[in-house]
Design a protein around this ligand. Sequence first.
Ligand code: HEM
Length: 413
Amino acid sequence: MSVLDFDLSDRGFWAKPMTEREEAFERLRSLRAPAFFEEMEMSYAPKGPGYYALVKHADILEASRNPEVFCSGDGGATNIPDMPAEFAEYFGSMINMDDPRHARLRRIVSRAFTPKMIKQFEADVEAAAVGIVDDLVAKGSGCDFVTEVAARLPLKIICDMMGIPERDYQFVFDRSNLILGGFDPEYTGGDLEQLAEKLLNAGMELQQLVQDLAAHRADHPTNDLTSSLVNANIDGERLTMQELGSFFILLVVAGNETTRNAISYGLRLLTKNPDQRALWLADVDGRAPGAVEEIVRLASPVNYMRRKVTRDFEMNGHLYREGLKVVLFYWAANRDEAVFRDPLSFDITRHPNPHVGYGGPGPHFCLGAHLARREITVMFRELLRRVPNIEGGRPDRLHSSFINGIKHMECTF
Ligand code: HEM
């Protein structure tokens, strides 16, 4: 990069303070054409052809609307280097596929995500949030908000949905942290050379867990998602055991590592913006929808998704060459000054708020968006009612380019 003095493919970039990250992406947004970056060297994948960093809201919308040009298969959407073939067994679920395979899987699983199913879980979300805040109050000020509050709700909900018993929560949590641990030694153990093996192991263990459960549910169905997924539904379509395993991995990872960070960033935003807290407190339920969208916009827990260009294509005045990659930086688009007035300010009354925190408009738009909104809403409703003055201290951030994560954050109240 000649004109830029930073490199998005440099691990060190992602450890810099947030203000530096903000400045770097502001600069990228001000460029006439998207910047191109070489890919980083990985021990488990050959170096790829490089990628354009899409940082403008308009580019992300347009790329998302053209999935046949900007595809998610052919190496995967959740990683910049092409995913090695042996990873596909565990991590090759629908998020890393294109239609028609993607559509078939999404059709089967969304039938299990029926409004009735979600409704049933809404009551569970409320009960779980009440229990978590009970425990927080009992523990008292000074505990780790991430592990004691933010992480517990999505973990419990996703495990309950699938029928995973409570004794396995920690097992699931540790493996999901490792899978999305980025470059962070706390989750990955520090040795990036051995990371591929650890990832495969974590994938295998999660797959085994759900396949054992599925074998039981095939004969003894309950009302959980695993039962609906292993038993043939109306059109006779069902998932194979491999598809079930990789979908479960997608679900636990997507469900855990995102909502947790939205809740943690939400507390940090309230701490930094007492005027917005006062506004929300004045009408806890009425303000919730706007506040939750604004939290997801600024938190952008999923920093990016990647696509591969399937044919030469001109978009918003720029030519994208076949075979190259594009990375859709949702976090950056959610700060695009062309769309959001005063983009860095936390404004729970922001309207409209067309953020792309759950992805752009297209076939991969977040399957769990409704559930995530519910979880964040209910968690803050409980917190604001029972510990209205709760504050989050300095966040201990995850070292990752993919997930905007907070590993630990002391809370006081
Ligand atoms: C604040 C919380 C969340 C955020 C920010 C988030 C973000 C995203 C994003 C950006 C995508 C788009 C992927 C793409 O375009 O390639 C996505 C897809 C997905 N999300 Fe979420 N997500 C959240 C919560 C959840 C939850 C709770 C679940 C599960 C219950 C979930 C399950 C999924 C699945 C299965 C997909 C893949 C959809 C597909 O490929 O068709 N997400 N999410």
